[in-house]
Design a protein. Sequence first.
Length: 351
Amino acid sequence: MSLSVDTTAGMTRSAARPAGRRRQPRPLPVLTALCGLALLAGCGGDPPSALNPAGTGAARVANLWWLLFWISLAVVAEVMALLIWALVFRRGNVRVRHGQPIRFVAIAGAGLPFVILVAVYGVGLRDLAALAVDPDPDAPTVEVTGHKWWWEVRYPGASGATANEIHIPVGERVKVRLRTDDVLHSFWVPQLMPKTDLIAGETRETWLRAERAGRYRGQCAEYCGTQHAHMAFLVVAEPRTDFDAWLTRLNAPARQPRTEAERRGQQAFVQGTCAACHAVRGTGAQGQVGPDLSNVGSRWSLGAGAVPNDAGHLGGWIVNSQTVKPGNAMPPQPVSAAALPDLITYLRSLD
Ligand SMILES: [Cu+2]
């Protein structure tokens, strides 16, 4: 048996094209390139990139990503080089000696990829083991519960809670215990740690460790309904002393009103509909349906990244949050025009 390679086969069809006929412009490659550029334009600003890690967990994933990138690049370069070599040095119809191409195909086409894939698999297994949860029972722990569409954050031992904001001491491995109140969510802080799914009825665990102090954006990474995109959170990595002060504040009652307006606002809050769903520590408001608002004034956003936390957006949110974040679990509130400014003043004083 012998193998023959007909290198002229491709030639006949193109040679059959009538001479002198001009090539038509091709819209598809141009469109593809334009779409690619449009996608790249989205890369501006300061997105939390997994390739810009700030913690040991994300650093491992980034290293693996670069390893795969360079291997892929080497393979593409090699294939291209062989292709060009074949095009340049083709010699018409050649009879290839039996045995020779089989050996080449077996080594370059099967043996080499096998070795590379097994090696990469080994590195992946090593990283998986390194990312597994630390058994240290004394590690600081934070309990995070996913709701449609916000994150409830509690620390064992602290009576209070917060929302969409997780404080951790910098340079320490913090255990994160994850539960969901409703559907599947996924906890992802690209610069600190890869994703962990929140599965109904289960308690999942992961950990966070930030090497530098800073604020790192996290995001729900599993589609969970219409407002999935507005289910963001912030991880605040701070020195141990600041973290301890934060925990102390979570145990203390919320800031008391100091002005008349704040006092009226507090009264409207506690006696109004708000107290049915929201808690403010140290007041009669102990609702558990929505986020704890004891320090809502210091939060980075309203509605888990939906709008900035300022007086205007707060007023709009209270009156009808459905226009801001349609479908969220807070119905429009019957707040009188007279009571609204006091309510805003009071909530903004809670830091
Ligand atoms: Cu989601």
